[in-house]
Ligand binder design. Structure first.
Ligand SMILES: [Zn+2]
Length: 197
């Protein structure tokens, strides 16, 4: 089973990839929505997703797996655990600063080979901030691994890497939405509580 099919199955089975009629944060309407935390709150499913990343990088020497808060921290921990290396977490900078930094006294060995992981690539902002935070350290970023690229291939983070699955999520302006035209009720994601079970 390829990682693309494996990740798509994992997304579907966890309930994270939803079909319906959704109001996106952009104001556009779509028939698909990903609630990544429906995956990330299931340790078994998250572990399977991380195994797909670990498989893909198994031929490379990696010293540290780095991820940005919040979802990337969970993935960095689990990918690092599976690879038998340490993780590090890029947190939002405090105060009025923008971007991310490594807090809590995290240090890297000189020349450490770093794999960056994150959940969903939309604009690439959190990955770029993580790479910028790594610039302050003497490390070698060997790549970026993502669970899902939903940028349609548009977001570039400037270093080599891969996404386990690429999803081209179609969206429409309200006036052109075929689901509105069929009278399908519109849902704003996050307003319907997820079942805890
Ligand atoms: Zn609509």
């Amino acid at each position: 089973m390829g990682s693309e099919i494996g990740m798509l199955d994992t997304l579907r089975a966890s309930g994270a990839l939803k079909q319906g009629h959704f109001l996106l944060s952009s104001g556009r309407h779509s028939d698909q929505y990903i609630e990544k935390f429906d995956l990330l709150r299931q340790p078994g499913a998250t572990s399977r997703a991380c195994a797909l990343i670990a498989e893909r990088v198994s031929s490379q020497a990696i010293d540290v797996v780095v991820g940005p808060t919040t979802g990337g921290v969970i993935l960095a921990f689990e990918v690092a655990r599976q690879l038998g290396v340490n993780a590090a977490y890029a947190e939002r900078s405090g105060g009025n600063e923008t971007g991310r930094e490594f807090r809590r006294g995290i240090t890297f060995a000189k020349g450490a080979r770093v794999l960056v992981v994150d959940d969903i690539l939309t604009t690439g902002g959190s990955v770029r901030e993580t790479l910028a935070a790594l610039d302050a350290h003497d490390v070698d970023v060997i790549g970026v691994a993502l669970l899902v690229d939903r940028s349609g291939g548009a977001a570039s983070v400037g270093v080599p890497g891969f996404s386990l699955v690429s999803l081209d999520i179609v969206s429409w302006e309200r006036e052109l939405c075929p689901l509105c035209q069929r009278g399908v009720p519109l849902v704003k994601p996050g307003t319907t509580p997820s079942k805890a079970s």
